[in-house]
Write a protein that binds this ligand. Sequence first.
Ligand SMILES: Cc1cc2nc3c(=O)[nH]c(=O)nc-3n(C[C@H](O)[C@H](O)[C@H](O)COP(=O)(O)O)c2cc1C
Length: 389
Amino acid sequence: MANLYKTMLQPLVFSGLQADPEAVHRQLLSGLGWMSRGCQGHRPAQCTPVPWLLNQWSRTYGWIDPRLEQQLWGLTFSNPVGLAAGFDKDGIATHVWPHFGFGFAEVGTVTAQAQPGNPRPRLFRLPQDQAAINRMGFNNRGAERMAQTLAAAQQHRPHAIPLGINLGKSKVTPVAEAAEDYRYSFQQLYAYGDYFVINVSSPNTPGLRSLQAVDQLEPILEALQTANQPRKPLLVKIAPDLNWEEIAAIVALAQTYALSGIIATNTTLSRQGLSTQHLSATGNSPQAEVGGLSGAPLAQRSTEVIRFIYQQTQGSLPIIGVGGIMGAEDAWEKLTAGASLLQVYTGWIYEGPSLVRQILQGLLARLQAEGFPHLQAAVGYRHPDAAKT
Ligand SMILES: Cc1cc2nc3c(=O)[nH]c(=O)nc-3n(C[C@H](O)[C@H](O)[C@H](O)COP(=O)(O)O)c2cc1C
């Protein structure tokens, strides 16, 4: 079943039969949402006939080994590979993600106000580069609706894996009122997340990335940490396009406000190193399409950012590493650069659902080969100062 995706489904997903990647995504997610809901709120006759299929997926795509377990923020992650934000923006399929082998899942970005996002087309594939460009613009049903969805899901049964909730600023809210906008979403959703992420790094909401500047980020951290009682883990997600000084300033602020970690990184504005000349959807060059680039071309830069943060903090601030993880080698690079947890998005599209298991088995092989007793021991191992400590 693992190769079924590559041999049969992926060609369909990528070919002319379904040329619009967003339509494919919507259909896939609505199917998974239906499966996730199961019998919740339905009469038995309307129950989705899926438990056997979900169990089959768990057996096919999951991999359990105690050496992969991570303990962070009082949470147990049965493995370090999570689903990155943006895939399940409204949190409709939370019960399905553990069956694909994920150790955690992050839903959102959700904003205080429901919003449609940018006009289509807004998602482009670059298969030649194993990459994607998106300018979705935080299309989502809003914080209140997500709270209802997650409440219903949790009433049905508790989540099997830690759930992160990624918060963004509503497009209609002026940058000067961002703190209140984030605080509203946080309060709506506080009960349902195991950790929360302040997303100030999407390139697709005008002015959002300016919130990464210390004077603009500080009031948001202040507002959220004041509302954060009792404390749940709060992280900030940053862009790969910041310079070292800007990253160092955010790291310092994260420490001042006792944030629980940093997610590095979001998509990049860079188009360096692409071999794609024209996007099939528009005929335009990748340079001509506005949006964030994800996938393989992002891998190296996001790993550099992880290494820099690890170095700055001497490993004291947990990092979730994301950006261009297409296989176990990329995952190992990020872990040994200093990431305690990992996330995938574009790699999962290209490689299919067997990616998580493939990464976990590859990581175990590396642990064994390099003589590490468990994953945590390998975190930051390739950091330049690691040999001295
Ligand atoms: C179509 C698409 C939508 C995304 N939406 C979000 C989002 O809503 N919030 C967010 O924080 N990141 C979002 N991301 C960024 C991913 O979470 C991730 O940080 C980035 O894609 C790099 O990882 P990857 O190379 O594995 O895709 C999105 C990425 C893609 C491709």
